[in-house]
Design a protein around this ligand. Structure first.
Ligand code: RIB
Length: 298
């Protein structure tokens, strides 16, 4: 039985590393490329599993080469794949990622492929019901996400929503979520507050709490993170590393946080653990491939 269920997508991340991220109309010569596992849900599942957690991943892939890459990676990382639907009609998705090798920053386009056609009827909620925490993002169709959040809540699970990529959400979502984990850009999308410093992060978190969310964690990249539940406020600095690729750092954070929460750690410990997992993930190339093991973390 998996204590954590994740709903999300797998895509093959095709990453190009170069001296800069090209701007509109520009062609640049890069220095390397890599094809590896990606998609926020997949990356979060890999993060949890490598840290020693049991995770069930609900997703949809195609019956093609990238679909095989998905299954091989899930098996290698001991992820429960009994809820992975293999579609004969749709292709496995792909993400094109440009990485600035000097800063590790990126720009991403995701073409979701098969999971864009995921329906409520295809979801077996039994696995969700047997878990303790449900973690999801906004890369599968919204009605499916809402359906699973409701099933999880009705069965007493803790719901964690990583609201990425940012998109318009109804109030229903906010009420079902126990932990809301945007990055600073996504938080600005939901609140209209631009985050430059800790004070802005606090304002933004409090606004989200007024919207019905119980706990807010805003990840601030190299500036760290901010947590609030309206009573307790915690700011934590990021760990100092030489980032070579920040793709998937948010996913590493969400995975680490979810696992620490499952283990019953206090909120500050959960945040510190997740912060270290995220920091370490930026020192390796790739998204799913960059998730650290517990040994590496220690
Ligand atoms: O969070 C990083 C991920 O976002 C990448 O792996 C990419 O596939 C997109 O889904």
């Amino acid at each position: 039985m998996s204590d954590i269920t994740i709903l999300g997508i797998f895509v093959a991340d095709i990453s190009f590393s170069g001296d800069k991220i090209p701007i509109e109309g520009e062609t640049i010569l890069g220095d390397s490329y890599n094809v590896g596992p990606g998609g926020k849900g997949c990356n979060q599942a890999i993060a949890i599993s490598r840290l020693g957690g049991k995770v069930n991943f609900i997703s949809k892939i195609g019956n093609d080469e990238y679909g095989k890459l998905a299954i091989n990676n899930f098996k290698k990382d001991n992820i429960d794949i009994s809820n992975i639907i293999i579609s004969k009609k749709h292709k496995t998705g792909v993400a094109g990622i440009h990485i600035d090798r000097n800063t590790g920053k990126n720009a991403i386009t995701v073409v979701r492929g098969a999971p864009a056609s995921l329906t409520r009827e295809e979801i077996d909620t039994n696995k969700i019901k047997q878990s303790k925490i449900f973690l999801t993002q906004l890369e599968v169709p919204l009605d499916v996400t809402l359906y699973c959040l409701k099933a999880a809540k009705e069965n007493g699970l803790i719901n964690i929503l990583n609201p990425a990529p940012a998109c318009k959400l109804s109030n229903e979502f906010f009420k079902l979520v126990d932990y809301f984990t945007p990055n600073e850009t996504e938080a600005e999308y939901y609140t209209g507050i631009k985050i430059i410093n800790e004070t802005d992060a606090k304002k933004s978190a409090l606004k989200l709490i007024k919207m019905g969310i119980k706990n807010v964690i805003i990840t601030l990249g190299e500036k760290g993170l901010f947590f609030s539940n309206g009573i307790e406020n915690i700011y934590i600095k990021s760990i100092q590393v030489k980032a070579i690729d920040t793709t998937g750092a948010g996913d590493a954070f969400n995975g680490g946080f979810t696992l620490a929460l499952l283990k019953g750690k206090k909120i500050k410990e959960c945040l510190e653990f997740a912060n270290r997992v995220a920091g370490l993930s930026t020192t390796k190339l790739g998204a799913g491939d960059s998730m650290p093991t517990l040994n590496e973390l220690n």
